[in-house]
Design a protein around this ligand. Structure first.
Ligand SMILES: [Fe+2]
Length: 231
């Protein structure tokens, strides 16, 4: 079935957020479109273009000509957007004891967006052709931080992750050590941008991440895309 649409778990009065399965000539008025599939998503009519796997764009009166699964997200109300923590989003310090007590980083509810079949080495761009595909659970959530927030340097995840900027401007940064003075890469994320994956696969369902953090330059909402190996 084409153009099957449902709301994402974190959609509310402030944030338009939908999942569309098998989009075909699907019109997008104004939203960041994220390709949630290992195959290319095609946009445009007279000048078709490709949004590669796990990448994104900002359509404004455009169309998705063809795709497998896409998220459409847009902040539609900015006034009091920063009250996310007062309307159900959780402060990360409630979940992680070691999280700095004064860092305003808030997480929305998760959306379980189905399963996806891919080769983790293809996901990380370490291989171009799939050799060993496996099933992953696809999990999405949004994050909120006000401007000039250091969202904590970390290097462990039991999943493959990438992020898409939805509102404001932020960065994904990499460090040699858990110390911001050891930065060695700074990936700026304007609205509609997704960074390349920066984990490397080391073994079956194992991967390493460099020390990394998200830094919110301005008030920011960004999407986390997580691929969890199925048991
Ligand atoms: Fe991370």
């Amino acid at each position: 079935m084409t153009n099957e649409v449902r709301k994402l778990a974190f959609a509310d009065d402030f944030i338009y957020a939908e999942l569309v399965e098998n989009p075909r000539n699907f019109a997008v008025d104004d939203a960041v479109v994220v390709n949630l599939s290992p195959r290319p998503l095609i946009t445009g009519d007279e000048h078709p273009a490709i949004v590669p796997a796990w990448k994104s764009t900002w359509l404004k009166g455009g169309i998705i000509r063809d795709g497998e699964k896409a998220a459409l997200i847009k902040v539609r109300r900015k006034t009091n957007l920063g009250g996310a923590g007062l309307r159900g989003w959780d402060w990360l310090g409630n979940r992680i004891r070691s999280f700095p007590r004064d860092t305003p980083l808030y997480i929305s509810s998760f959306d379980h967006a189905g399963t996806v079949r891919t080769d983790p080495f293809v996901f990380t761009n370490e291989r171009s052709t799939p050799e060993h595909e496996q099933e992953f659970d696809l999990r999405l959530n949004l994050w909120w931080s006000p401007g000039d927030t250091d969202c904590f340097i970390h290097n462990e995840h039991p999943f493959l992750e990438v992020h898409t900027q939805i509102h404001g401007i932020g960065r994904m940064q990499k460090f040699r050590e858990r110390d911001e003075s050891t930065i060695y890469e700074d990936v700026v994320l304007p609205i509609g941008a997704s960074h390349d994956p920066f984990c490397r696969v080391t073994d079956e369902n194992q991967w390493t991440y460099p020390w990394h953090r998200y830094y919110a330059d301005t008030d920011s909402i960004w999407l986390a895309i997580e691929l969890h190996p199925k048991a």
